[in-house]
Design a protein around this ligand. Sequence first.
Ligand SMILES: Cc1ncc(COP(=O)(O)O)c(C=O)c1O
Length: 403
Amino acid sequence: MDDLKVNKRLIMTPGPVSVDPRVSQAMSNSILGQFDYEFVDIMNKTMELIRKSFLTDNQWSFPIDGTSRAGLEAVIASIVKPGDTVLVPIIGRFGYLFTELVKRAGGIVHNIQKPMGEVFEQAEIIEALDTVKPKVLAIVHGETSTGRLQPIDQLGHACKERGIYSVVDAVATYQGMIIPVDEWELDAVIGGAQKCLSIPSGITPITFNDRFSEEINKRKRVELGIRSNESTEQDHFIRSNYLDLTQLQDYWSPKRLNHHTESTTSIYALYTGLKIALTEGIEARAARHAYHQEGLKQALKALGLEIFGDETNEMKMVICVNIPDGADDSKFREGLLKNYGIEIAGSFGELQGKIWRIGIMGYAIEKQNILTFLSIFSLYLAHQGVQNLNPEKAIDTLLAYYA
Ligand SMILES: Cc1ncc(COP(=O)(O)O)c(C=O)c1O
């Protein structure tokens, strides 16, 4: 059998994206036992970095082993018991994911919906909170399927005032913009690894506050075999074992409950990725994403492409463009990847075949890569026979922006 050979790529999708070599190096360190004092020290330091990354004092800031979907599912499975009502605003595919997770937890979902490419006014969501009176609001911050940023800064407070729990999918916005969890009074927030944080997928930083913790602990159950005297068993215990946040709290605290075996290499990656991000600075990192997003967007417009969706609520880490007449969605993306090692993404559902999504996320986002991307993308697109494109003007626009 051949040795593993992986070719060089310029990944311009909304994740997974390229990883800083310092993260890959960190992952090649020796494996430590999960209760080795050195590893426990790294775990505690990782929790502290997660707190800083979310701008929170929440004690409960730790990673879930699994991709971001596991983080979302852990939060939903722990807070939603059968019969609980959850308000889920939909602005794209990932609102449907929350809907699905709530239903699987036995919750009753109330959806409110916007046409793809739009977001809600926060007042509309607050009005729905008053009408539906849910136990939980589950909302997507950065909806990568449409490239929209849902404003949420007033929602945590509005939920708290009404005794509702706010749960936020910040998978795509985490470390690409500032998300001040405490200032926005959010109860539970889920970040992402393989997007703006730029580490391999498979681990998911989350944070939740004491109010949320008290509520989920009403359904605490510790499995037989590791159960101690003080463990309780409730009627409505949390149905998931692996994604039970209350058992995970005992794992990620001095109790060190032997729940699962932590992924050592993923923790090395998360620790190092967070160190890199926080050394750059959350504000500076957010500014870097916004800066390159704006430059590339101007250049793509100069090329002759139309930007999809309402630009006033765009994510600064994804650019969505309408696929121009004459270009075949999958054929073009496949050609770009096979011939030039560059990857962009299509979309889902009703936007499939209509838009391309270009990710501006994390480590690789710097002038050289953006210019390389634009040059190859625009010339290759023109080469496919798409009419009325102006690659020279596009490149000129980006050079002028960077100058
Ligand atoms: C907004 C959003 N939420 C959730 C997910 C699911 O993340 P994962 O694929 O890591 O499980 C994604 C992934 O693309 C996403 O963009």
